[in-house]
Every structure is written in structure tokens, then in C-alpha cells.
Design a protein around this ligand. Structure first.
Ligand SMILES: [Zn+2]
Ligand SMILES: [Zn+2]
Length: 338
């Protein structure tokens, strides 16, 4: 597949090129090249898979050959990583084998960006404890952990030279907005009237959430606060996300995503008239999907909502309130009597 590069207008004559990369067999991620009067930035670098690296290489070649831009690896002044998920940052080692542009990423995602393989390997015990807590059978948890660890390959990362915290203006061009919930160190970048919105807002799907109990700074409360932050930015005319189509109505999309979360919360509260584990809730909620996502994803999505409802006092755990990481059995959730 030849990547179909798309071009968008940025402020003051800047050009933004969207490079679609085959991050994984069923997942296309977007990298962006921003060209602004002699300045060149690459936003996100793909997964580091052979296909993703080849598409990135072909995308840059298309900028020269099809779009007439005098740009090559050596011309990049900056690499920005929007968040520490592998589809966005896994290609960093490959990119740094081609150029030495300085890398900017949020302080909460430094470990994931610097050495993604080691970061993922270190997550396995916590993920296994989480799945048990969520109600996955212990034998199945062990099976999933084994399967997951065999998938992990060492993935060269790279040093982050510019550590972001949100609120700064990077290179005098990009206003950095910290948007956790999906990923602890996720950032959106405002570039004039354009918002690089990473996986905070997607045109079609609702970004998956990581519960705060599994990874601090995440969860639904953080995601909704970040959504409000983005929706309060004045004058955004275009959202360019990490996946899916450009978003022409960022404010409308933010409102729709919020609405979708609220109706999901109602659904969970209704189901919890009877005590249920996270896995039972996920099975009921994702029953309508022909190909539901894997249990770790669905359990995380439901847990992010359950912990949110618990924080509001609307749901409670039956039995122990032991810390989830140290539990060996699952928790059962029920509606609180308000
Ligand atoms: Zn992501
Ligand atoms: Zn993504």
C-alpha cells in the first residue's frame, strides 16, 4: 500500500502533512509533518513495525516527489511524541537511526518513550493483578500474561531531550495541552486554529480509557476534565487526530464523546442493580459487538467507569476494600443506596 499523504493548511502559510502508517495489521496511525518557514517537525513516529517504518519512509519520499517539498530526514528540527502508546512512539528508535532531531514528550510518559519494551514488560504483573481483580479466571489470566510476554520484543527507544508538562509553547509554535485519561502523558498541540488531538478525540470511535487504579493520572474523571479543557479552547477549526478522519467540528465531537460516556455510566448503574464483576459488566455491555476487543481492553474501559462511579458514591464494592493490586480475588460491584 502506498500511503496516501494528505495536506492541510496551518497558520501563516505553514503546511501540515498527514502520513498514514500501518502500525499494526488492523490499525492505521497518523504521523504529521509540519513545515513552517524553514522549520520542520514530525509529530508521532508510528509503531516501529516494518510496515509502519516503511510507510513513514515512503511518506517522507512522497513529500519530496509528489508534493515538491524539499524535506528529508536530516531537515527535521523536532520530533514530538503525543503519548507513550506503542502505535505513536514505537518507531522512535527507527527514526533516530535516520536523524538526530530532539524529542519532546510529556514527563508522565518518559519511561514508555525511552524504552517501550522494558516499560511493557514491567506492566505485566500489574495487568495480571488487574485482570484477576476484574473477574477474569486465574488460569485465563496466567494464559493471557504468557501470551502477552511472548509478543514483547525489545524495541529501541530514544532519550527525550525536551520534557513537557503542559501549558508551555514548544519551539515558539505549539501550545502544549496535557490531556490524560487515555494515556497519562498524552498531549494535544494547538497550532493556530489546528489542534493535533492525539487519541483524545477521534472522529468515529470513543478513545479507550485506562483506569487510574492501573495507571495514575488516567481514568474517566481525568479524561472528561481534559475534554472540557480542549472544548474551552477558542477558535479551533480543525482537529487532526492520531487515527481516523480529520475532525471538522471539534466542539461538537467533544460534546458527543461526553454524552456517550454519560449514557455508558447509566448503563453500568442499571446493570449493577445486581452485583457484578467488571468482566460481567464488560460481557453485557460489549455483547452487541461481533468482534469485541480483547479482555484487557474491555476490562480497562469498564473499570475506568466503575472507579468513576465509585468516586461519585454511586457504586460500591461488595466485601473487601483491600488495595486492588494486592487482591487475589475479584471484586463485585453494586449500586449504592443513595
Ligand atoms: Zn493511544
Ligand atoms: Zn493510538
Amino acid at each position: 500500500m502506498k500511503p496516501r499523504v494528505a495536506c492541510f493548511e496551518g497558520p501563516d502559510g505553514a503546511r501540515i502533512y498527514q502520513l498514514p502508517l500501518r502500525a499494526f495489521p488492523h490499525l492505521v496511525v497518523h504521523a504529521y509533518v509540519v513545515l513552517a518557514h524553514g522549520y520542520a517537525a514530525l509529530i508521532d513516529v508510528g509503531s516501529g513495525s516494518p510496515e509502519s517504518n516503511a510507510d513513514l519512509e515512503a511518506g517522507l519520499a512522497a513529500l519530496r516527489d509528489t508534493w515538491g517539498e524539499a524535506i528529508g530526514w536530516a531537515d527535521l528540527d523536532r520530533i514530538v511524541i503525543t503519548h507513550g502508546h506503542i502505535d505513536h512512539c514505537g518507531g522512535l528508535g527507527f527514526v533516530h537511526s535516520r536523524c538526530d532531531a530532539p524529542v519532546a514528550a510529556h514527563t508522565f510518559d518518559l519511561a514508555a518513550v525511552r524504552d517501550h519494551g522494558a516499560y511493557l514488560a514491567a506492566q505485566i504483573p500489574a495487568q495480571a493483578a488487574f485482570l484477576r481483580w476484574a473477574g477474569v479466571e486465574p488460569a485465563r489470566v496466567a494464559e493471557l500474561a504468557r501470551a502477552y510476554s511472548t509478543l514483547l520484543e525489545p524495541l529501541p527507544g530514544s532519550e527525550v531531550t525536551t520534557v513537557l508538562s503542559g501549558g508551555e509553547v514548544l519551539d515558539g509554535r505549539f501550545a502544549v495541552i496535557h490531556t490524560p485519561g487515555h494515556c497519562a502523558g498524552q498531549i494535544c498541540l494547538r497550532f493556530g486554529e489546528v489542534l493535533f488531538c492525539a487519541d483524545q478525540l477521534l472522529a468515529v470511535t470513543s478513545p479507550r480509557l485506562t483506569p487510574a487504579l492501573l495507571e495514575p493520572h488516567n481514568g474517566l474523571a481525568a479524561y472528561l476534565a481534559a475534554l472540557d479543557h480542549v472544548a474551552a479552547l477558542p477558535g479551533i477549526r480543525l482537529g487532526l487526530a492520531g487515527h481516523e478522519a480529520p475532525i471538522t467540528d471539534v466542539y461538537g465531537r467533544a460534546a458527543a464523546l461526553r454524552e456517550g460516556h454519560l449514557s455508558r455510566l447509566d448503563q453500568i448503574l442499571e446493570l449493577c442493580a445486581e452485583p457484578r464483576t467488571i468482566v460481567e459488566l464488560a460481557a453485557a455491555i460489549y455483547a452487541e459487538l461481533a468482534n469485541p476487543p480483547p479482555p484487557l481492553i474491555t476490562a480497562q474501559a469498564i473499570a475506568a467507569r466503575v472507579e468513576y462511579l465509585q468516586s461519585l458514591g454511586a457504586l460500591e464494592a461488595v466485601g473487601s476494600t483491600e488495595a486492588p493490586r494486592f487482591r487475589r480475588t475479584s471484586l463485585v460491584w453494586t449500586r449504592s443506596i443513595l
